[in-house]
Design a protein around this ligand. Structure first.
Ligand SMILES: Nc1ncnc2c1ncn2[C@@H]1O[C@H](COP(=O)(O)OP(=O)(O)O)[C@@H](O)[C@H]1O
Ligand SMILES: O=P(O)(O)O[C@H]1O[C@H](CO)[C@@H](O[C@H]2O[C@H](CO)[C@@H](O)[C@H](O)[C@H]2O)[C@H](O)[C@H]1O
Length: 443
C-alpha cells in the first residue's frame, strides 16, 4: 500500500516532464526547472486520493498549480479515475471539510451522489469533470488567491435570475499561503449544448463549399444566431450591472487603459517580430480611444468572450467561463472594465471563425472574399442584436467606434501572443486581421 508522502514524492519527481505535455499547463514557452509541494490534503486513504498544491518554477516565474494524485492510474492523475472523481461530488453534496479543503454546495441545492466523473476532452485552460448528464466540475489548474472570478460572477448572475448562464451548484476552496483560494466550481451541465465555435465554423465551411452563393443564400447562414447571441451578451451585461453596479470611467481610467494597451503591444512585439510593421498604426489606434465621445461606463464583464465560450442550448445562448484571460494578472481580471471589451472579443471571434479555414492553404481570392463577407455579415448581425437589447449604460456599440476599434486591436495583440505560445500555425489569423484593420495591407 502506497503512503501519501511516497505518492507525493513520486508525483513531484515526474512533474517537470509531465506538466508541459498537459493542454491546461500555461507555461509551455520555457522548461520547468523545479516543482515544490506547497500543501497536501489526503482526501481518501484507500483508495488513495491526495490533493496537492505545487509551486512550479520556470526561470524567474513561480506559479501555483493544483493536482489530484492517486496510485490507481498511470502518471498518478486522479482526474482520469471515474470513482475518485465521484468522491469529489459526494464531498460537495455533504458540505464538509477534509484536511484543509472545504467542499460546499450552494444554498438550496440538493445534489445527487454516487455518480462517476469523466474528464471532458474539449478542456482548455483547466480540467472539467462531467457527472452523468447533470453536473460539470471545473478544477482550476493555475491557482490565484481569493474567490475565483468565474465563481463570483456566476453567483452574482444567478442571484439576479440571469437566464444566460449555467446554474452554479457548488465549490471547493483550498488555501494559498494565508489566503483562501477557489480550487473548483460545480455547475449544471447542459448535455445537448453545442458551442458557438463549432456552429460558426460549420456555417463558414458550408459557405466555402458553395463557392458561387452568398452568405445569406446558403442553408448554414449564421446571422440569425449571431443576432440572438448579441442580445444574450447585452442581457448578461445588463444583469451584471444590476447585480454588481456600474461606474463612469474618469480621465485617469482611460489613460490607464490606453497605457495598458500600449504596454501589452510593447511586450508582445518583443517576442513576435512579425508584429513590428503594425506598431505605429496600433499605437495611433490606442491613442484615439481617448477621443471617444460621451461617458464610458465600466462594470464587471466576462473578460475573455469568444465563440468557444458560448453554448447554444434548446432554450437559447449561454455564456460560460467568466475567468477572464487565463494569462492576465488577477487584478486586471477582476477590475471594472468597459463591456465593449466583450463585444470586441466576440467581433474578433467572428473574424477568426471566418479565416481559420484558410490557414495553411494557398492564397485563394474567391475564398478570401467569402470569408470577409461571412465575417462582415455576422459581425453586423451580432452588433445589431447587442444594440437591440442593450439596456445597460453601454447602449449601441456602433456609436463607440474609436474605443471598439482599440479594444478589437488590443484583443488581436493578445491573440498574437496566445497563438505564438500555443498554436504557432494560427499566428497568421490575428496578424492578418491587424493588417486589415489598420489598413497596412490586406491578406
Ligand atoms: N455547463 C456546461 N454544460 C455543457 N458543457 C460545458 C459547460 N461548461 C463548460 N462546458 C464545456 O467545457 C468546455 C470547457 O469549459 P470552460 O469553462 O471554457 O473551461 P476552461 O476554463 O478550461 O477553458 C467548454 O468549451 C464546453 O464545451
Ligand atoms: O477558452 P480559453 O479561456 O482557454 O481562451 C483561450 O483560448 C482560446 C482558444 O481556444 C483563445 O481564443 C482564440 O481562438 C478561438 C478559436 O479557437 C477564437 O474563437 C477566439 O476568438 C480567439 O481569441 C482565447 O483568446 C484564449 O484566451
Amino acid at each position: 500500500m502506497t503512503e501519501p508522502h511516497d505518492l507525493v514524492d513520486k508525483v513531484v519527481t515526474e512533474l517537470p516532464e509531465w506538466l508541459p505535455a498537459q493542454r491546461w499547463f500555461g507555461g509551455k514557452d520555457r522548461p520547468v526547472t523545479s516543482v515544490r509541494p506547497l500543501r497536501t490534503s489526503v482526501l481518501s486513504a484507500r483508495p488513495l486520493l491526495v490533493h496537492l498544491v505545487v509551486e512550479v518554477a520556470q526561470a524567474d516565474r513561480r506559479e501555483p498549480y493544483q493536482l489530484l494524485a492517486t496510485d490507481q492510474v498511470d502518471h498518478y492523475d486522479a482526474t482520469a479515475d471515474p470513482e475518485l472523481a465521484g468522491l469529489l461530488l459526494d464531498l460537495i453534496a455533504e458540505n464538509t471539510a477534509v484536511d484543509g479543503l472545504v467542499f460546499e454546495h450552494e444554498p438550496d441545492v440538493e445534489l445527487q451522489t454516487g455518480l462517476r466523473g469523466r474528464p471532458i476532452t474539449s478542456e482548455q485552460s483547466n480540467t472539467s469533470l462531467v457527472f452523468g448528464s447533470q453536473y460539470i466540475l471545473k478544477l482550476f489548474r493555475k491557482l490565484t488567491a481569493g474567490e475565483n472570478p468565474d465563481l463570483v460572477l456566476h453567483r452574482a448572475l444567478h442571484r439576479v435570475g440571469c437566464e444566460h448562464i449555467a446554474q452554479p451548484l457548488g465549490s471547493i476552496t483550498g488555501a494559498l499561503g494565508d489566503d483562501a483560494a477557489t480550487v473548483g466550481m460545480l455547475q449544471q451541465f447542459l448535455p445537448d449544448a453545442v458551442d458557438g465555435w463549432a456552429m460558426a465554423t460549420t456555417s463558414v465551411r458550408d459557405l466555402m463549399a458553395e463557392g458561387d452563393l452568398h452568405a445569406d443564400e446558403v442553408g448554414g447562414d449564421f446571422a440569425g444566431e449571431a443576432q440572438r447571441l448579441g442580445q444574450a451578451v447585452a442581457t448578461v451585461h445588463a444583469d451584471l450591472e444590476r447585480a454588481l453596479g456600474t461606474e463612469h470611467a474618469d480621465a485617469g481610467d482611460i489613460d490607464r487603459t490606453v497605457r495598458a494597451m500600449v504596454a501589452r503591444l510593447d511586450s508582445v512585439v518583443e517576442s513576435v517580430p512579425e508584429l513590428r510593421p503594425y506598431v505605429p498604426a496600433l499605437r495611433e489606434a490606442f491613442e484615439q480611444a481617448r477621443d471617444t465621445p460621451g461617458a464610458v461606463a465600466i462594470q464587471h464583464i466576462h473578460g475573455d468572450l469568444h465563440l468557444g465560450q458560448v453554448l447554444r442550448t434548446v432554450h437559447g445562448w449561454l455564456l460560460i467561463d467568466f475567468e477572464g484571460e487565463p494569462g492576465a494578472p488577477i487584478a486586471e481580471r477582476t477590475a471594472l472594465r468597459s463591456p465593449l471589451r466583450d463585444v470586441a472579443g466576440m467581433l474578433r471571434s467572428f473574424d477568426y471563425a471566418a479565416h481559420q479555414l484558410l490557414v495553411g492553404r494557398p492564397e485563394d481570392h474567391q475564398l478570401t472574399t467569402r470569408a470577409l463577407e461571412w465575417s462582415r455579415r455576422n459581425r453586423a448581425a451580432f452588433t445589431e442584436g447587442y444594440a437591440e437589447a442593450a439596456a445597460s449604460s453601454v447602449g449601441d456599440p456602433r456609436g463607440r467606434g474609436y474605443l471598439l476599434r482599440a479594444f478589437e486591436l488590443d484583443k488581436a495583440v493578445y491573440e498574437v501572443a496566445y497563438e505564438y505560445a500555443n498554436r504557432p500555425e494560427w499566428l497568421t489569423v490575428p496578424l492578418s486581421s491587424i493588417a486589415r484593420i489598420t489598413g497596412e495591407g490586406a491578406r
